[in-house]
Design a protein around this ligand. Structure first.
Ligand SMILES: Nc1ncnc2c1ncn2[C@@H]1O[C@H](COP(=O)(O)OP(=O)(O)O)[C@@H](O)[C@H]1O
Ligand SMILES: [Mg+2]
Length: 311
């Protein structure tokens, strides 16, 4: 189980400061898939990095199975596997199995034990035939699955998956989802994703994060209910203005179909009808689809991560 209390993280440079997390109370239970969703820059990766002991929180606390990420990082690491978008953790000249063995060695596994485990895991993630192939020949989807296998080498009870299907083809993404489902039965799984159909399919519980704060939490059904009434209306394509453009979901026989919370859609048309909202509709109603506060940080000379915004 994972629990955080009033967790904050402030990144500071000489002339800038970013409050990535502003007091987050997060919880993920064993045997469940807990999803973390939110626009780019919301703080999802930062939260996962703190939980996996890669970075320290500024204030607040975080526990994995009762172990404190700050004062007992080794206990936490033993019990936790992290899968990130970055493939830099894999060695391209090494084969799939060699990568896993290398990782096993980092966890003090015996060669025998590591080999057995590596082949079992390659089988689990559908890469058995590719075991001896250098990973530079792997597709993105295969690399992601290998990263999942690697995170499982030390058989952790807790697995954090940061956008595991980003940039992955449809068939591989499906395999990843099946894998997540399979793993979730006895483990604590936290998953971030921008694909709401994926979240809808996998998540038992959802936290919606926006600008470093949790703005909603609940089961997928709860989240859908929170969004209130979602309606659609058809507008004559000619009467589409810039204002309405972002609510258009499709064009149909010369009409633009707009969809959103009733309070918004009724400003453009009185001729609306209620629809059964999807999680994606609810998500957009809750966070808005603009990435308001997000400006990507820039790489500065000297190696510091920085942003334009001055303090
Ligand atoms: N190492 C860092 N230095 C400075 N700012 C950072 C760093 N890592 C993340 N941030 C900033 O923290 C905020 C949250 O980022 P992140 O956790 O990566 O969001 P998400 O994963 O939800 O897209 C963003 O504004 C980002 O620019
Ligand atoms: Mg991220």
């Amino acid at each position: 189980m994972i629990e955080t209390n009033s967790l904050t993280k402030v990144f500071v440079g000489k002339k800038w400061k970013v409050e990535a997390l502003k007091g987050v109370d997060f919880k993920a239970e064993r045997g469940k898939v807990t999803a973390l969703v939110g626009p780019n820059g919301a703080g999802k990766t930062t939260l996962l990095k703190i939980i996996s002991t890669l970075i320290l929180p500024t204030s607040g606390s975080a526990y994995v199975d009762g172990y404190d990420v700050v004062s007992q990082p080794n206990e936490v690491r033993k019990r936790l596997g992290l899968v990130t978008v970055s493939d830099r953790l894999l060695y391209y000249r090494l084969s799939g199995v060699e990568n896993l063995l290398f990782y096993g060695a980092l966890y003090d596994m015996s060669i025998r034990e590591a080999k057995k485990r590596a082949y079992e895991l390659l089988d689990l993630v559908g890469l058995k035939e590719w075991a001896d192939e250098p990973t530079m020949h792997y597709s993105t989807g295969m690399l992601r699955r290998l990263a999942i296998a690697r995170s499982l080498m030390h058989d952790p009870d807790t697995i954090l998956l940061d956008e595991p299907t980003l940039g992955v083809d449809v068939a591989s993404a499906r395999k990843v989802r099946q894998l997540v489902r399979k793993l979730s039965s006895e483990r604590t799984i936290v998953l971030t994703s921008h694909f709401m159909h994926e979240i809808e399919e996998l998540a038992d519980f959802i936290f919606v994060l926006k600008s470093g704060k949790i703005v909603a939490k609940g089961s997928p059904e709860d989240i859908i209910k929170m969004a209130g009434m979602i309606v659609e209306a058809k507008l004559d394509s000619n009467s589409v203005t810039a204002l309405v453009e972002r609510f258009i979901t499709k064009y149909e026989n010369g009409y633009a179909v707009i969809r959103g919370p009733k309070s918004i859609v009724e400003q453009f048309s009185s001729d609306f009808y209620e629809i059964q909202p999807s999680l994606e509709d609810a998500y957009i109603a809750l966070v808005g689809e603009n990435e308001q506060d997000f400006r990507p940080y820039q790489f500065r000379r000297g190696g510091a991560w920085a942003r334009e915004r001055p303090v």
